[in-house]
Design a protein around this ligand. Structure first.
Ligand SMILES: Nc1ncnc2c1ncn2[C@@H]1O[C@H](COP(=O)(O)OP(=O)(O)OP(=O)(O)O)[C@@H](O)[C@H]1O
Length: 242
């Protein structure tokens, strides 16, 4: 079966630095896959490439088997995403921001209203839907971003540090939501620094180090945090010996 999302041989140079150095990654149907790595490892850059927000210097990005270039905006619209700015228009209400995102995905906001209501309830966001985003706390803005990314039940979702700033109740609700989406066949790529959370929700965790995937861990088999540190330390040791 064709993968939902494939990144192959991705190379990116930014500001004279090699940020991604031949990154390969495959997201299967119904899979929750995570990218972990130290600050600056290239996680956000990889997601931006996956979404067609950044053109790689080399390599290919395939969405459901089709190269996303030369129409990256189309691919971007087909994928649920939250990378960098959770809610784009601070003067608009949370609901208007969410509706804008739904329209960006080519859907009718009224058709997605029940789903927005369900996600808002689950994430504890109902009371804030009609407030301007500029008045919302950081965690509440994050919820706006998550609802915007998931309201249209995307076949592929790409989420950068989705649980940042969420309260514990919202973290649990978000985890349930990811599992529900994956159970329906959606594929989800996330980044996070929260290993406990990743161990609970991910099917596979890729360790990104200096722009390359150096290991893939199945979290239910092993202590994720320990394997991460061992893998990164061993890679650095090898580099020093060269
Ligand atoms: N526009 C840019 N110009 C130059 N360098 C950049 C640019 N964007 C990112 N970088 C560099 O690319 C590297 C990877 O950044 P990226 O944001 O992808 O890392 P990350 O793994 O997401 O980090 P973090 O865990 O801190 O979020 C960093 O060294 C960063 O400084």
């Amino acid at each position: 079966m064709t993968a939902a999302l494939t990144l192959s041989g991705i190379q990116v140079r930014l500001g004279g630095c090699e940020v991604l150095r031949g990154l390969d990654l495959e997201l299967s149907h119904g899979q929750i896959r995570a990218l972990v790595g130290l600050n600056g490892a290239g996680k956000t850059t990889a997601l931006r490439v996956a979404l067609g927000m950044l053109r790689p210097d080399a390599g290919h990005v395939l969405l459901h088997g089709q190269d996303i270039w030369p129409s990256p905006a189309e691919a971007w619209c087909r994928v649920g995403h939250m990378v960098e700015t959770p809610a784009a228009y601070p003067e608009l209400t949370a609901r208007a921001n969410i509706d804008n995102a739904i329209m960006l995905h080519g859907m009718d906001p009224s058709g997605c209203a029940p789903r927005v209501a369900q996600l808002s309830r689950a994430l504890g966001m109902e009371a804030h839907l009609d407030q301007p985003v500029r008045r919302l706390s950081l965690g509440t803005r994050q919820k706006v971003g998550l609802i915007s990314a998931l309201a249209h039940e995307p076949s592929v979702a790409v989420l950068d540090e989705p649980t940042n700033g969420l309260d514990p109740l919202a973290v649990v609700a978000f985890r349930d939501e990811l599992r529900r989406l994956a159970g329906q066949g959606s594929s989800i790529l996330i980044t996070s620094h929260h290993f406990d959370e990743l161990a609970r929700v991910s099917d596979a965790v890729d360790v990104l180090h200096h722009g390359q995937v150096i290991a893939t861990i199945t979290p239910d088999e092993r202590d994720l945090e320990k394997v991460f540190f061992d893998t990164v330390l061993a890679a650095d040791q090898q580099l020093q010996e060269i």
